[in-house]
Design a protein around this ligand. Structure first.
Ligand code: KG4
Ligand code: ZN
Length: 371
């Protein structure tokens, strides 16, 4: 019998099978985006669907957890159908179902994780519980194929951290905010000026028309050792300036100048803290080639320019995933699922969603129960 005949009589995968990649369905419901995506192990986003709940929360000036959970429940199933339709993937073809299982608003996390478990059970696929922060941390590997290790600045509405990402599951916390997250500081500044929610884009737009020299605002922890952040004092200073403004000044030059002054101070602080982190990273890993920025605040062009200059000065390149991968999305969840699937991870359907789940508590090889 020839080799060829041998091959054809055994259960050897044919060439087509060998080239077929792994596919993971990802679900994200930890905050105010209901999102689903189907991603391949080559990093192709085969299908995705997202429902932003912004308009549901806007009248309240912030996210209302109860409204968020209800909206996730109503929207999730149609988004899953739409994603699979776009991807032209039958459930049998999937290799796993991954969902954010924390940290986040627990009502929403339960909705997404429970849906993922139900689908995994019905379709007889592995379920993978994803840490939302890990999904942000690995997003630059989906968009830019960034190799390990890299320095990560994670700046969103709920988080402000600097970490060394040494490997999947090996996250070393260098510093974090001791009070507010940076996105929160943007949102609070916007709220004080009556600019609506979310504040970041509105503050950035006004800042572009403003004079950053007009208001002297504090730059907390600037020049201090370590990599921690603090934005509470800055927030108080902004409030004091706003209170001294005549009412209804949101469109005035004063508001633009305040936004510009605020944004510049944020840039100063981010650059200073990242410089400190890059030094520590170099001491630990011998070099610092890449600084990755993830999270919603990374959408800010001014801050990106400041971080770019800092990275240049440190001899590193700055990697910022495209805005749709920086803000909350399901493609990053599916990708984190693929990275974990590659390591052999499967989680139990008993896995309990977690409102708090620090990134640095993760490991590369969790217990099979995932508990
Ligand atoms: O990552 P994200 O979508 O949600 C989580 O918080 O997980 O981040 C949302 C945050 C909000 O605080 C929003 O104001 C901020 O990111 N943000 C911005 C900009 N776009 C969004 N902050 C500054 N400048 C922006 N252009
Ligand atoms: Zn997020």
């Amino acid at each position: 019998m020839t080799n060829r005949a041998l091959l054809s009589t055994r259960a050897v995968p044919n060439v087509e099978d060998l080239t077929i990649s792994q596919l993971v369905l990802g679900i994200e419901t930890s905050c105010d985006e209901t999102a689903v995506a189907c991603v391949s192990s080559e990093g192709d986003i085969r299908g995705q669907a997202i429902y932003s709940q912004l308009s549901a929360h806007a009248p309240y000036g912030g996210i209302v957890p109860e409204i968020a959970a209800r909206a996730h429940l109503e929207r999730l199933q149609p988004l899953i159908d739409e994603t699979l339709r776009q991807a032209q993937v039958a459930p049998e073809r999937l290799d796993a179902v991954a969902a954010t299982a924390g940290p986040g608003l627990i009502g929403g996390v339960i909705v997404g994780a429970t849906m993922a478990k139900a689908l995994a059970y019905a379709w007889e696929k592995p379920f993978i519980a994803i840490n939302h922060l890990e999904a942000h941390a690995l997003s630059a590997r989906l968009s830019d194929r960034v190799p390990f290790p890299f320095l990560l600045l994670l700046v969103s509405g709920g988080h402000c951290q600097l970490l060394a990402v040494a490997d999947v599951g090996d996250y070393r916390l260098y510093g974090q905010t001791i009070d507010d997250a940076l996105g929160e500081a943007f949102d609070k500044t916007a709220r004080l000026l009556g600019l609506g929610y979310p504040g970041g884009p509105a503050v950035e737009a006004l800042a572009a028309k403003g004079n950053a020299d007009r208001y002297a605002l504090p730059r907390p922890l600037l020049g201090k050792p370590g990599c921690d952040f603090s934005f509470a004092g800055l927030k108080t200073a902004v409030r004091q300036v706003v209170q001294a403004l005549p009412p209804g000044t949101a469109d005035d030059q004063a508001a633009s100048d305040l936004c510009a002054s605020f944004q510049r101070v944020c840039g100063d602080v981010l650059a200073d803290r990242c410089r400190s982190a890059a030094q520590r990273f170099r001491a630990e890993f011998g070099r610092c080639d890449r600084i990755v920025v993830a999270g919603g605040v990374a959408a800010n062009r001014y801050l990106r320019a400041r971080l770019n200059a800092l990275a240049d000065a440190e001899g590193a390149s700055l990697v910022v995933p495209p805005p749709a991968l920086c803000t909350d999305n399901a493609a990053m969840v599916a990708w984190a699922g693929l990275e974990r699937l590659r390591l052999g991870q499967r989680d139990s359907l008993e896995f309990a969603p977690r409102p708090r789940w620090p990134l640095e508590s993760l490991t590369a090889f969790p217990e099979p129960s995932g508990g």
